[in-house]
Design a protein around this ligand. Sequence first.
Ligand code: R5P
Length: 302
Amino acid sequence: MTTSQQDLAIVAMPMDMEPAKRLADQLRVPLISVELGRFPDGETKLHLKSAAPTSILYCSLYAPDPKIFPLILASSVLRRLGSRSITLVAPYLCYMRQDKAFRQGEPISQRVLGKVLSPWIDHIVTVEPHLHRTRNLDDVFVGVKTTALSAAPLFRQLIGRDDIDGEAIVIGPDEEAFAWTKAVAEQAGIPFATMSKKRLGDRDVKLELDPAISVEGRHVILIDDVVSTGGTLAAAARLLQSRGCKKIEALVAHALCKESEIAKLKQAGVSRLRSTDAIPHPTNAIEIAPLLADALRRELSL
Ligand code: R5P
């Protein structure tokens, strides 16, 4: 079924207005802001002026807990105002790394999130969700259409504009990075490899790189889905430095790390860290709006 542009609007949470506007401009559809406030008792007060038959609700789920209930309230209003279809565009999808109970007594937060949000949406579109033990987003959002976009084409475009310094190699810091490392490297005509990783704690990892892979004198492009504490990329950089590489830079889909952690990455040898604007961050260098717009045109048959 095709969707007419007149039947479509993007509805954004206040903190998402800028990236949502970039998407609305790409799709040439109206942008509606969710008005958020508080009742005197601290509960969320929410108002929406209008809705379209097909609503794209834009909410990037970094720092997620205070966003989730307002998101549900917004979706409930969209339904009451006549939206027949609600697509949640969450460029960053939270709790995807808590995909099992790592210790007795922990929640499987990924599954809980899916159960909480699924009744309120018809479709979810996200970028590089952390699909590791759970391979398919459909297993998280049961009964909801899901679209998990790869950031690999964006990384590839960025590398294409770069001055690659000498002989380059793309490296993923763990086995989970294999798919996007391979996709980026093959499109760019650069060799690639992945490290193996053992997580020792929230901030501590042990990495290994096959000794047969030479990085000596090479320009290494590290690629990962998320930088959170920076522990993984810092350990990768230290290992690469010890193996004599010439230069290290890093590309990530989602940057969650603090300024102090960016400084630590520099100390570890990462000369430059660049990220997509799925999460607003000082390292943003790649806009995701064109990727999202292409996917939505395809999925909604615009
Ligand atoms: C883990 O499997 C992910 O792909 C990232 O490597 C990880 O989440 C990065 O976290 P941190 O920056 O805290 O090491």
